[in-house]
Design a protein. Structure first.
Ligand code: MN
Length: 310
């Protein structure tokens, strides 16, 4: 019996359990600025995947007139917003005076830091189509108070992978690094899997990851990916592989487990009820968050605040 190995510790990433953890997190429907969205993050079970704390999927939809997206001025603190389109256009305006029209393949990245207000609208000149994602990234405690900023990235790193290719929005993947502003380690990539192909991508084994099928059909290992379902992959993976029959498009997010407890209320990411209450009061009383001068219309009013536990 002397040749028996000691029992492995399931908490030790060096000895991953087999099979590696995959959790399916179905998205929930909600209304936002006139359109129905599917919210895949946060869920009751998972608040964060790395620093990623929010994921909304909207569309695809077709419209003949008006603007399906019209989100009036509202504030944010403690996060970055990532706007990523598959079809159509959105115009962003904010309290810094920045304007950014985003189209498919381009990134709108807003860093709220200590406070910003913005609007998102379908522009008057549009394609009559809308499909995309909005994600939030929690800022680590050391950078939550950073100055607000807005960046539009028309060019992003794209590279081939065996069986397809990737566009890198945020952080790192496969030895590539995006130029977009980050405050902690992460990955955020849009991955195309060729028809009748198996795609593999190397992963940082210290990261946890999330995978969302956005178009087509794909299997993650032996699991057929369902639409509007976020798949959580625990740390300890060196590689990810997808197989597709007709081709697929998949969003990959991830990062090291965040390690800080966050509190999300309305459009605020904070740590305490007091911070949220202060941000809410500042918004309602026209402090901290200047007006979005480019927007014609009323700002959104914050809901009533009921303190909650984490
Ligand atoms: Mn917003």
């Amino acid at each position: 019996m002397s040749d028996l190995l000691p029992p492995s510790d399931p908490r030790d990433p060096a000895t991953p359990s087999s099979p590696l953890l995959i959790e399916a997190l179905p998205a929930k429907s909600a209304e936002l600025g006139g359109i129905t969205i599917r919210r895949a993050l946060p869920t009751r079970k998972r608040r964060l995947i790395g620093p990623w704390c929010f994921l909304d999927r909207f569309g695809p939809l077709t419209f003949a007139e008006g603007k399906p997206m019209d989100v009036a001025p509202h504030p944010h603190i403690g996060l970055q917003t990532v706007s990523w389109l598959l079809e159509g256009e959105i115009i962003h305006n904010d309290s810094l005076g920045c304007e950014g029209l985003v189209r498919p393949g381009e990134l709108n990245l807003m860093t709220a830091g200590r406070g910003i207000a913005h609007t998102e609208e379908t522009p008057a000149s549009n394609s009559g189509r809308l499909s995309g994602l909005q994600l939030w990234i929690a800022l680590p405690d050391a950078h939550r108070d950073t100055a607000p900023s807005f960046h539009h990235h028309a060019e992003l790193p794209t590279f081939d992978l065996p069986g397809g290719r990737a566009t890198l929005l945020m952080g790192e993947l496969n030895g590539h690094r995006a130029q977009s502003l980050t405050f902690s380690k992460m990955t955020g990539a849009d991955i195309l899997v060729d028809a009748h192909a198996e795609l593999s991508a190397p992963l940082d084994a210290t990261f946890e990851h999330g995978v969302l099928l956005i178009e087509g059909d794909a299997k993650l290992e032996d699991q057929q990916l369902q639409p509007d379902t976020l798949y959580y992959l625990g740390p300890g993976r060196n590689e990810l592989s997808f197989r597709s029959g007709g081709g697929a498009r998949v969003m990959l997010i991830g990062g090291p487990p965040f390690g800080e407890s966050i509190l999300i209320w309305w459009n605020f990411v904070a740590r305490t009820n007091e911070e949220i209450e202060a941000a809410r009061t500042d918004w309602q009383e026209h402090r901290r968050f200047p007006d979005v001068m480019a927007y014609r219309g009323e700002r959104l009013s914050a809901p009533s605040f009921l303190p909650r536990l984490r």
